[in-house]
Design a protein around this ligand. Structure first.
Ligand SMILES: [Zn+2]
Length: 331
């Protein structure tokens, strides 16, 4: 049966309490990075709302007729709207279907639920059409917009939703969850930090071996060498992950440089590489590189098709120039 991620308890209790007071907004914008599991939260909330015998603690009873239909993905009072293919837009027709669906009366006699994910994939027409429903919602409906980039949604849409934030998590509940998936002896905190507080992403990184590539990225950067060759080598990695990793390293470096305690990375190899790099860059340069890595990360996860090789070369050259200018000043 579907379970709530343990780090979603606060948002869960908040929304259930609102529902118990009949104060649940008809449109929720569930906003958080892709790797914190907001999709799952939306699904859990849909199940809770439709379950005929909702239990105290669990998401749903798992036994009633509604739960059986939900488990089979065929409950007539839920509709999921998504792009037909990953990376594509959500067209206006999909939103028109959603409106038609909401106008039918509920089969279970309670509520009709629609989940639009990722909501920022709606094209302009689709968003505009949805806006009309948000302004004049039909009787008993709950519309959930799931978005990892809510700033891409029109302000008019955002202002008509109750925004529920799902920030990155580093707390014990996320670490415990991740630790169950880790080989003996590996630190959950490290991986979570490198995955920017996105536990599901951290688990995926573990699965595809990305966690082992982190040290290699750092060593490559430290070694210098031909930017084009290096970018070509890194192209085979998930480049958003490459920039996220580099940004975490630079944040650690800046903390080391300024004498602040770094968020302890337990990986001794990474920490010793970082310590060795600290004297070779000024703090302002580290911060500038950090900003560049974050900008390139934003482009890499953004809605546009970007040239991966170009983006990687851009950063590597920027990084190497920082070192070169520093050497010049010191000599
Ligand atoms: Zn049930």
């Amino acid at each position: 049966m579907l379970e709530l991620f343990p780090w979603h308890q606060t948002q869960w209790r908040q929304l259930l309490a609102a529902r118990d007071r009949s104060r649940l907004h008809h449109a929720l914008l569930l906003a958080g990075p892709g790797g914190v599991g907001v999709d799952r939260f939306a699904e859990c909330l849909a199940r809770r709302m439709l379950c005929e015998n909702p239990p105290g603690e669990d998401v749903a009873c798992g036994l009633c007729r509604a739960c059986a239909l939900l488990e089979a993905g065929s409950h007539p009072d839920t509709l999921r709207v998504a792009p037909e293919e990953e990376g594509k837009q959500i067209p206006v027709d999909a939103i028109r279907d959603l409106i038609d669906y909401l106008q039918l009366s509920s089969h279970g006699g309670s509520i009709k639920i629609a989940i639009v994910a990722p909501a920022e994939r709606m094209n302009w027409n689709a968003a505009n059409t949805l806006l009309k429903v948000l302004e004049e919602p039909p009787g008993s409906a709950l519309i959930m917009l799931v978005s990892s980039r809510p700033s891409l949604l029109p302000a008019t849409i955002r202002s008509r939703c109750q925004i529920v934030e799902f920030p990155p998590v580093h707390d014990q509940s996320a670490q415990d969850w991740l630790r169950q998936r880790l080989p003996e002896g590996q630190e959950a905190g490290d991986l979570l930090l490198l995955a920017r507080g996105e536990p599901i992403k951290a688990a995926a990184m573990l699965e595809n071996g990305a966690d082992k590539k982190q040290l290699e990225i750092l060593q490559d950067l430290k070694a210098g060498g031909d930017p084009i060759g290096l970018a070509t080598k890194w192209q085979f990695l998930d480049i958003a992950e490459v920039f996220a990793t580099i940004a975490v390293f630079l944040a650690q470096l800046s903390r080391l440089k300024s004498g602040a305690m770094p968020h302890a990375l337990a990986d001794k190899g990474i920490m010793s590489e970082l310590r060795a790099l600290t004297p070779r860059l000024e703090l302002t340069q580290m911060l500038a590189c950090y900003e560049r890595a974050n900008q390139n990360h934003a482009l890499a996860v953004g809605p546009y098709n970007i040239n991966k090789q170009g983006l990687l070369e851009d950063f590597i050259i920027y990084w190497q120039n920082s070192f070169a200018s520093n050497r010049g000043r010191q000599s």
